[in-house]
Design a protein around this ligand. Structure first.
Ligand code: SF4
Length: 116
Protein backbone atom coordinates (compact mmCIF):
# COMPACT_ATOMS: atom_id res chain seq x y z
CA UNK A 1 0.00 0.00 0.00
CA UNK A 2 1.23 3.49 -0.85
CA UNK A 3 0.23 6.72 0.89
CA UNK A 4 0.84 10.16 -0.56
CA UNK A 5 1.27 12.85 2.11
CA UNK A 6 2.12 16.52 2.24
CA UNK A 7 4.67 17.17 4.96
CA UNK A 8 3.26 19.81 7.33
CA UNK A 9 6.36 20.25 9.48
CA UNK A 10 7.54 23.37 7.61
CA UNK A 11 6.09 25.69 4.93
CA UNK A 12 7.98 23.95 2.11
CA UNK A 13 5.29 21.24 2.05
CA UNK A 14 7.27 18.43 0.46
CA UNK A 15 5.20 15.72 -1.20
CA UNK A 16 5.95 12.41 0.50
CA UNK A 17 5.37 8.92 -0.82
CA UNK A 18 5.18 6.26 1.87
CA UNK A 19 5.21 2.58 1.11
CA UNK A 20 3.55 0.49 3.81
CA UNK A 21 3.69 -3.24 4.31
CA UNK A 22 1.82 -5.11 7.06
CA UNK A 23 1.15 -1.84 8.88
CA UNK A 24 4.82 -0.85 8.94
CA UNK A 25 6.62 1.83 6.95
CA UNK A 26 8.80 0.13 4.33
CA UNK A 27 10.14 3.22 2.55
CA UNK A 28 9.69 6.99 2.35
CA UNK A 29 10.61 9.21 -0.59
CA UNK A 30 10.10 12.90 -1.33
CA UNK A 31 11.38 14.29 1.95
CA UNK A 32 14.27 16.72 1.82
CA UNK A 33 15.23 16.60 5.48
CA UNK A 34 15.11 14.14 8.42
CA UNK A 35 12.09 15.89 9.94
CA UNK A 36 10.02 14.88 6.91
CA UNK A 37 11.08 11.28 7.32
CA UNK A 38 10.03 11.40 10.99
CA UNK A 39 6.72 13.03 10.06
CA UNK A 40 5.96 10.32 7.48
CA UNK A 41 6.64 7.58 10.00
CA UNK A 42 4.58 9.25 12.75
CA UNK A 43 1.69 10.12 10.43
CA UNK A 44 1.36 6.56 9.14
CA UNK A 45 1.87 4.74 12.44
CA UNK A 46 0.63 7.10 15.17
CA UNK A 47 -0.64 10.46 13.87
CA UNK A 48 -0.53 13.36 16.34
CA UNK A 49 -2.05 16.84 16.17
CA UNK A 50 -1.95 20.13 18.04
CA UNK A 51 -5.47 21.38 18.78
CA UNK A 52 -6.21 25.09 18.31
CA UNK A 53 -9.65 26.34 19.23
CA UNK A 54 -11.51 28.74 21.49
CA UNK A 55 -13.19 28.44 24.88
CA UNK A 56 -16.17 30.49 26.00
CA UNK A 57 -15.85 32.85 28.94
CA UNK A 58 -18.68 33.51 31.37
CA UNK A 59 -19.14 37.02 29.91
CA UNK A 60 -19.78 35.60 26.43
CA UNK A 61 -16.38 36.41 24.90
CA UNK A 62 -14.17 33.66 23.52
CA UNK A 63 -10.59 32.92 24.53
CA UNK A 64 -8.16 31.46 21.95
CA UNK A 65 -6.58 28.23 23.18
CA UNK A 66 -4.29 25.44 22.05
CA UNK A 67 -2.79 22.26 23.40
CA UNK A 68 0.76 22.72 24.67
CA UNK A 69 1.84 19.54 22.87
CA UNK A 70 0.44 17.24 20.25
CA UNK A 71 -2.25 14.70 21.10
CA UNK A 72 -3.19 11.45 19.32
CA UNK A 73 -5.32 12.30 16.30
CA UNK A 74 -7.97 9.77 17.35
CA UNK A 75 -8.62 11.72 20.58
CA UNK A 76 -9.31 15.03 18.81
CA UNK A 77 -13.09 14.60 18.55
CA UNK A 78 -13.50 13.84 22.27
CA UNK A 79 -11.14 16.69 23.19
CA UNK A 80 -13.08 19.15 21.03
CA UNK A 81 -16.31 18.02 22.67
CA UNK A 82 -14.82 18.78 26.10
CA UNK A 83 -13.37 22.12 24.92
CA UNK A 84 -16.73 23.17 23.44
CA UNK A 85 -18.48 22.35 26.73
CA UNK A 86 -15.99 24.36 28.81
CA UNK A 87 -16.77 27.84 30.16
CA UNK A 88 -14.04 29.76 32.02
CA UNK A 89 -13.77 32.78 34.28
CA UNK A 90 -11.70 35.76 33.11
CA UNK A 91 -9.05 37.09 33.44
CA UNK A 92 -6.62 34.67 31.82
CA UNK A 93 -3.04 35.14 30.67
CA UNK A 94 -1.00 33.62 27.84
CA UNK A 95 0.13 30.14 28.73
CA UNK A 96 -2.32 29.73 31.60
CA UNK A 97 -3.50 26.15 31.87
CA UNK A 98 -7.26 26.00 31.47
CA UNK A 99 -7.70 22.22 31.21
CA UNK A 100 -4.80 20.12 32.56
CA UNK A 101 -3.98 16.70 31.09
CA UNK A 102 -6.70 16.89 28.46
CA UNK A 103 -8.51 13.54 28.61
CA UNK A 104 -5.36 11.84 29.88
CA UNK A 105 -3.30 12.76 26.81
CA UNK A 106 -0.66 14.53 28.91
CA UNK A 107 -1.32 17.76 26.99
CA UNK A 108 -2.66 20.83 28.73
CA UNK A 109 -5.12 23.23 27.10
CA UNK A 110 -3.61 26.70 27.48
CA UNK A 111 -4.75 30.24 26.70
CA UNK A 112 -2.96 31.91 23.78
CA UNK A 113 -4.05 35.47 24.63
CA UNK A 114 -4.25 37.75 27.62
CA UNK A 115 -7.86 38.66 28.35
CA UNK A 116 -9.12 40.86 31.19
S1 SF4 B 1 10.52 17.23 4.47
FE1 SF4 B 1 11.66 18.78 5.61
S2 SF4 B 1 11.85 20.47 4.16
FE2 SF4 B 1 10.18 19.17 3.39
S3 SF4 B 1 8.29 20.04 4.27
FE3 SF4 B 1 9.01 18.43 5.67
S4 SF4 B 1 10.23 19.50 7.20
FE4 SF4 B 1 10.02 20.87 5.44
Amino acid sequence: MVRELTCIVCPKGCQLRVELEDGAVKSVTGHTCPRGLQYANDECIHPMRTVTSTVRATDGRVVPVKTDRTIPKETMFACMKLINATVIELPVSVGQILLPDLLGTGANLVATANME
